[in-house]
Design a protein around this ligand. Structure first.
Ligand SMILES: [Zn+2]
Length: 441
């Protein structure tokens, strides 16, 4: 171990102080918010001033002094609120009517991971422009395009939401695909879209692979195949993920699979189709998150039958009545002409409205609860001192009309302005190097 002499240590300290003195002071911005929405409390606070220093919120209140030299942003005609969260998306997957007939098995055959990573970067900016400052990205991203996106954003190469990514979805052999033997055995055409884990050893190894390659949450296919996971196997996933402080999200499509996931104490159940009144009661009792991914009717090219939509809305309503912890989640991983990815995701407010859920609760699902399911609520979310400065602004009051969220005019991410007066202004986010640090993995 290197030992510094007292003199050398003093010189080093003096040098450190000199270098620190040369660092430019963090930029200070003061935002005048006409209405500040507190989603946790379901209330509007009029005429607030938010002081942002560097990437964090420093002060908030009606009588805050604007520091001299601060850049002032006037949002006094707007509602300012925390950024939105889509708790289930796949930014490096965009299946399309052409050429793959909306079948993502063919997307994966047609598009390289490299192309999909670039799509993800574009989709991320489209999400941010619509007001989504956090996206939980749950797999189907080729060979870790999701990790690449998160690292690129976190290291400071380009703008994007905070990404909580799963890496490759882990499942029993074949994942969610049903390929013929030739494709699997001769051409390996399932991988890397899914990671097979059919035994306890393989479960441990698959979790470790995803942790090594940059996952922030572990996503499993609970019951995509008749050989789905038992409650004990899911517990093994949970134990192994917990070593890295990670939670397990389970894709669930059958009541039996849901029961196993609930018994195991999984963190979140993805997709609400298999959940019924009894399962909702069990989820509420255990505090298990519900990311229902409710698809609205009327999306061009993605028809939902009237019967299916009635079931979707009834399921959401039942979850709400049972006080299940619920998040706004879309699974909107496809292309609808004329819509950005972010605009598409906001169409998913419709089932929440049709379920008769009060606007204040919809707003909690798309903000507060999203931060909690993403497990980042200690650092991001509330517009309070010490939290990262992620906030959006829009005309109107979403407590009166939740569709006001479709008109986000201003977006700040990590203290930098990404959108202003309805126009993306991302220049401050682009860098030719990893300005936040290459060690961010
Ligand atoms: Zn999904």
């Amino acid at each position: 171990m290197l030992k510094l002499s007292a003199g050398l240590a003093c010189a080093w300290l003096a040098l450190s102080i000199a270098v620190a003195a040369q660092q430019p002071a963090a930029a200070i911005t003061a935002i005048r918010a006409g209405r500040l929405l507190d989603p946790e409390g379901g209330r509007i606070l009029p005429n607030q001033i938010i002081v942002v220093e560097g990437n964090r919120i420093r002060e908030v209140g009606p009588n805050v002094t604007i520091p001299p030299g601060a850049q002032v942003i006037d949002l006094s005609a707007m509602t300012v609120m925390p950024g939105l969260v889509d708790s289930h998306n796949h930014l490096a997957l965009t299946y399309k009517p052409e050429p793959e007939s909306n079948v993502y098995y063919y997307t994966y055959v047609q598009e390289s991971t490299a192309l999909r990573a670039i799509e993800a970067a574009s989709n991320g900016m489209q999400m941010l422009a619509a007001g989504f400052t956090v996206v939980r990205d749950l797999g189907n991203n080729g060979n870790y395009a999701d990790t690449a996106l998160r690292q690129a954003i976190d290291q400071g190469w380009l703008p994007g939401p905070t990404i909580i990514n799963s890496g490759i979805i882990i499942g029993g052999m074949g994942g969610q695909f049903f390929p013929p033997p030739e494709m699997v055995k001769d051409h390996n055409i399932v991988y890397p879209e899914y990671l097979d884990a059919d035994t306890p050893d393989e479960i441990v190894k698959a979790v470790r692979q995803n942790i090594l390659f940059g996952a922030k949450v572990i996503k499993i296919c609970v019951d995509c195949k008749p050989y789905g996971y038992t409650a004990d196997e899911i517990r093994l996933f949970i134990r192994e993920a917990a070593k890295a402080g990670m939670k397990v999200a389970g894709h669930v499509q059958t009541p039996a699979g849901a029961k196993n996931a609930i018994d195991a104490g999984i963190w979140s159940i993805e997709h609400g189709g298999a959940l019924n009144d009894d399962l909702h009661k069990q989820m509420a009792a255990k505090g298990i998150w519900r990311a229902g991914t409710e698809t609205p009717t009327g999306l061009q090219g993605h028809p939902v039958s009237a019967e299916a939509y009635v079931r979707t809305v009834a399921g959401l309503k039942n979850a709400f009545e049972n006080k299940v912890l619920s998040v706004f989640s879309t699974d909107a991983d496809y292309f609808v002409a004329g819509r950005t990815r972010g605009e598409l995701c906001l169409e998913f407010l419709k089932p929440w409205k049709d379920a008769g859920i009060p606007n204040a609760d919809i707003l909690r699902a798309i903000t507060t609860n999203g931060y909690r399911v993403a497990d980042i609520d200690k650092a991001r979310g509330p517009i309070k001192p010490g939290y990262f400065a992620d906030l959006i602004a829009l005309p109107g009051n979403p407590l009166d009309n939740v569709d006001a969220l479709k008109n986000v005019q201003f977006v700040m991410k990590d203290g930098l302005v990404f959108k202003r007066d309805g126009v993306m202004t991302p220049a401050a986010f682009f860098h030719a190097g990893p300005v936040n640090g290459w060690r961010i993995r």
